[in-house]
Design a protein around this ligand. Structure first.
Ligand code: HEM
Length: 297
């Protein structure tokens, strides 16, 4: 074949390549980056905030002495409410959510499914091909896509999936998160779904951190990969501890008790407002209704 016809064949082959194939290396690196930042980094404060339902009770018992005196978990409920209020008072929250969370998560999920299905995981460079972690990374990714979509659509957009997933009210943060775990048409199903999915996602993140360092050429020698492996294991185990603490904390929370503490917090905040502006801006109050989440979609 002449040089001309060879280059013509290459040009034709290249023009038949899809957009994804032509930009494979760039998209692959962006995929790796988006898993670490912002998604992975978001997990650290997110699970720390959620587990405050348990640790808040120990570390903030003095700060929230008024609520702590109402019995166990009072300070945890107040701590979690305080954290949620902080997030909901961030300026331009919806833009942060769309551009820092939802779009990067959608990008990572869609390309992740494409790479997993096309076998283009670039793992030839990893010495663990064929090893159990290679398959576990894909399976945990699929569980993660399902979980994150249902989690965000339920807690942020108010979808209840026919009553399976009761939704979230930021003014009654702990009680509605507890109802989310415990209630719905299949009581405690969500607690189990969360325990399994959160474990899968944390494995996915910790193992992904390990492979990302190879993708970016940061850990080339076997020793470097081994050392980084220990760091990833420590990060994973710590996050797993925080995640399961959060799930267990909300699964065991007394919903009535949480509503009492939230009503107390709202009354205190209404008092503070009425002292400042004559009480025109009273916060919304949500009372526990066992049928919450039993209807709608
Ligand atoms: C450990 C159990 C978890 C609990 C109790 C929990 C709780 C919550 C709550 C209450 C919200 C609504 C926040 C708000 O509106 O203020 C939320 C949102 C969210 N969660 Fe989780 N979560 C958990 C695990 C996870 C995991 C493992 C991920 C994986 C990345 C995740 C990702 C998200 C995202 C992306 C949002 C949307 C945030 C936003 O748009 O503001 N969550 N979660």
């Amino acid at each position: 074949m002449s040089t001309d016809s060879t280059s013509a064949a290459h040009t034709t082959a290249a023009s038949h390549e899809s957009f994804l194939e032509r930009h494979y290396h760039l998209l692959r690196r962006l995929h790796s980056l988006s898993g670490v930042f912002p998604i992975g980094l978001f997990l650290i404060p997110h699970l720390t905030t959620n587990s405050s339902i348990v640790w808040g009770d120990f570390f903030n018992a003095k700060k929230y002495a008024d609520y702590a005196s109402t019995g166990p978990s009072g300070a945890g409920i107040a701590t979690f409410q305080h954290e949620v209020d902080f997030i909901h008072n961030l300026p331009a929250l919806i833009f942060i959510e769309i551009f820092v969370l939802w779009l990067p998560i959608a990008y990572h999920a869609i390309l992740g499914v494409y790479f997993a299905r096309s076998g283009k995981s670039n793992t030839q460079r990893y010495s663990y091909q064929g090893n159990w972690r290679y398959s576990a990374q894909r399976i945990s990714g699929y569980i993660g896509v399902l979980f994150i979509f249902m989690h965000i659509s339920s807690l942020r957009w108010g979808w209840t999936y026919g009553g399976i997933m009761p939704t979230f009210d930021p003014h009654a943060a702990a009680s509605t998160t507890a109802i989310h775990m415990q209630g719905g048409i299949f009581p405690y199903f969500n607690a189990l779904f969360y325990a399994v999915s959160v474990s899968a996602l944390i494995f996915h993140f910790a193992n992904g951190l390990w492979t990302a360092a190879i993708t970016w050429g940061l850990t080339i020698s076997r020793q470097a990969q081994e050392r980084w492996g220990y760091v990833c294991a420590v990060i994973g185990i710590s996050l797993w501890g925080a995640g399961l603490t959060a799930v267990a904390g909300f699964t065991n929370l007394d919903v009535k008790k949480a509503e009492q503490v939230e009503a107390q917090i709202q009354a205190a905040s209404a008092d503070a407002h009425s002292n400042v502006d004559g009480g025109t801006d009273a916060p919304r109050r949500v009372i526990f209704d066992p049928s919450i989440g039993q209807s709608g979609s």
